[in-house]
Design a protein around this ligand. Structure first.
Ligand code: SF4
Length: 356
């Protein structure tokens, strides 16, 4: 293991020691597994049609781990759920855009084609496995169901494969665990079961929505290491949704920062954490607690003032302006331009880089 420092002396932002897995290596990024283009999603509510995702574009390369980061309510989960068309439509409505998977627009697929795709080519794991696993079915029944649906396996073969998968995610006595119900397993075990189920059909893309949020730090580290190892073994691509920059430093190669339904900054993980260009990204990094730092300096933990705006109260101009320490007059009325920097860095801000 070696350590990675968030922030640098130039910006005066926090320095924090975060473990970085040594198996994150620079690889060639050959082809795009997922290509999301100008995606716009709204919800019909009693207050009218409200936009939750406002024209985002991004791609996920083959074999890459991409982190989608932001506070709750920024549109991360809505964006992720839309990839597999898991949003209830209505009230959700995909107003425009494309979701390309191997060149095919998932928005044009019918229900049967989508069902064939889910769990087989693209899988998803959720934040809380207790609400995702069926409490009245054994682990074996639930795992075998996925395999029976997507493969020509017989039931005994599906159960054997399920036990193999549980072994792969380091669950002890896997054959025994197949007979257990979800409530008989710990939180970490349940999350491993979810990962095993998601990997059952060797998907090319795994979408992980806050997969470690409900877990303690030790189990979190084990799950992240497991995901990294499985990614190396299978070559799958991972889109991980998180608000935890420690998780980003641990697992991601590239990062998208999302605020109020838009991507406000993107770039390679290490460069973005070392030198954040957008005030929101800076605020997120500054608010990461650091062991011992507060005691040493006697200062309060930094925070971003205010909250993420609700969908019906999106500020004009730059949506971040009511919370931004650097806001100038035109931030209130004019949408900031997309700026591009060296090394695939992009961010949206009216201010020149270096003026923060
Ligand atoms: Fe802050 Fe203005 Fe930049 Fe928005 S555009 S992040 S309000 S400085």
């Amino acid at each position: 293991m070696f350590y990675y420092s968030i922030g640098n002396s130039k910006t005066g932002f926090i320095k924090d020691q975060v473990r970085l897995n040594p198996f994150i290596v620079k690889t060639k990024m050959p082809s795009r597994e997922l290509d999301i283009q100008d995606l716009k999603i709204s919800f019909s509510t009693p207050r009218g049609k409200l936009t939750a995702v406002n024209g985002i574009s991004f791609h996920l390369n083959q074999g890459e781990t991409l982190a989608l980061v932001g506070e709750s309510g920024c549109g991360k989960t809505v964006s992720a759920l839309s990839i597999l068309r898991l949003l209830p439509e209505p009230p959700a409505e995909i107003l425009s855009g494309k979701i390309l998977f191997s060149g095919q627009n998932l928005l044009s697929l019918n229900a049967k084609a989508l069902q064939n795709l889910r769990g087989r080519s693209i899988s998803m794991i959720f934040q809380d496995p207790m609400t995702s696993l069926n409490p009245v079915l054994t682990i074996g029944e639930q795992m075998a169901e996925t395999l029976l649906r997507h493969t020509p396996m017989s039931r005994p073969e599906a159960l054997q494969k399920s036990a193999d998968l549980l072994g792969k995610v380091e669950i002890p006595s896997p054959k025994e665990k197949l007979k257990h119900y979800p409530h008989q397993l710990s939180g970490g075990m349940r999350q491993r079961v979810m990962i095993a189920m998601a990997l059952a059909c060797s998907p090319r893309v795994l979408i992980a929505d806050e997969p470690t949020t409900a877990l303690d730090v030790l189990i979190q580290a084990q799950i992240l290491e497991l995901l990294g190892n499985l990614k190396r073994e299978t070559g799958m691509s991972i889109l991980i949704i998180t608000h935890d920059l420690g998780v980003v430093a641990e697992i991601a190669q590239r990062v998208l920062i999302m605020y109020a339904g838009e991507i406000v900054e993107s770039g390679p993980a290490q460069a973005l954490l070392d030198d954040p260009r957008h005030p929101y990204t800076r605020g997120l990094i500054a608010s990461v607690p650091k062991l011992g730092a507060l005691k040493k300096t006697g200062t309060r933990l930094e925070e971003i003032p205010g909250n993420v705006p609700s969908l019906d109260q999106r500020p004009s101009g730059c949506a971040f302006h009511p919370r931004c320490n650097w806001a100038i007059e035109k931030c209130k009325t004019q949408k900031p331009p997309l700026r591009e920097g060296e090394g695939q860095r992009q961010w949206r801000c009216h201010l020149e880089p270096g003026s923060l």
